[in-house]
Design a protein around this ligand. Structure first.
Ligand code: IPD
Ligand code: CA
Length: 255
């Protein structure tokens, strides 16, 4: 369902436009490759071009709204609303020819997340959600999985780009892996969250992810009947799960 505002249509249109630009570069020689926060954190002209296209579209259609983008777009706006954009979530996968990458666009207002789109060109999947109106995959309503005990839970996680953070993440993984059905590390936080929403995973956690990684996916999860929790830490993390799994998984992840 779509509200009267057109915000969801705008977000979906821009995610598809970014997806087309990215798809044209996918598998082609990489331009403008450089590293960001660490040697393992890469960005290329593909990420930047996709973000420019989304930022241009938002500036023209919603000039009063703020925008925060992973590749540097940052404007405050005057409307009290802010778009949060990850133009290419799963940059490493993209650069290595692994199809698990996505475009994530979310809109928040004074009451929280309002609209979300996670678009996966390679998988031909577009996840959409609007506050109070449920979550959809290619237009069909989706829900989180039915309750499962920890021992039967398929969960996902992700790793940060900093070596110290990764060392701490291994300790958490050491605790979780023996207690669950299995752990996946697909490489796109937005898709991990979309897959919790669509009932493909029972849960997902990651320490240290940024708002552009999780904003879109978090609304998908809650609108699909799942639960979201911010995890204490420096930097903090995010846990998404079916409602029944939230407490046991949170306890396990926290140690
Ligand atoms: C990364 C992916 C990855 C997650 C990292 C993120 P990027 O985003 O979402 O799955 O584990 O924490 O930074 O760098 O590909 O946009
Ligand atoms: Ca990202």
């Amino acid at each position: 369902m779509s509200g009267p505002s057109g915000d969801l249509e705008l977000a979906e249109g821009l995610a598809r436009e970014a997806g087309r630009l990215l798809s044209a570069r996918y598998g082609e020689p990489v331009e403008g490759l450089r590293s960001k926060s660490s040697g393992t954190d890469m960005v290329s002209e593909a990420d930047n071009e996709a973000e420019r296209a989304v930022a241009r579209g938002l500036a023209s259609a919603r000039p009063d709204d703020g925008v925060l983008g992973e590749e540097g777009t940052s404007s405050g706006g005057s409307s009290g609303r802010r778009w949060i954009v990850d133009p290419l979530d799963g940059t490493t996968n993209f650069l290595y020819g692994i199809p698990a990458w996505s475009v994530s666009i979310a809109l928040e207002d004074g009451q929280g997340l309002l609209v979300a789109v996670v678009h996966s060109p390679c998988l031909n999947e577009t996840y959409t959600a609007e506050r109070g109106a449920g979550c959809r995959l290619n237009g069909a309503a989706v829900r989180v999985r039915p309750p499962a005990p920890l021992s039967a839970a398929l969960v996902a996680t992700g790793f940060a780009y900093g070596a110290d953070q990764r060392a701490a993440q291994v300790e958490t993984l050491r605790r979780v892996l023996p207690r669950v059905r299995d752990v996946r590390r697909a490489g796109s936080a937005a898709l991990d969250l979309a897959w919790v929403a669509a009932g493909r995973l029972d849960g997902y956690w990651e320490m240290g992810i940024s708002p552009w990684d999780w904003a879109g996916g978090a609304l998908l999860v809650t609108e699909a009947g799942g639960a979201i929790r911010v995890l204490d830490g420096d930097p903090p993390g995010l846990l998404a799960a079916t409602p029944a799994l939230m407490e046991p998984l949170a306890g396990l992840v926290a140690g």
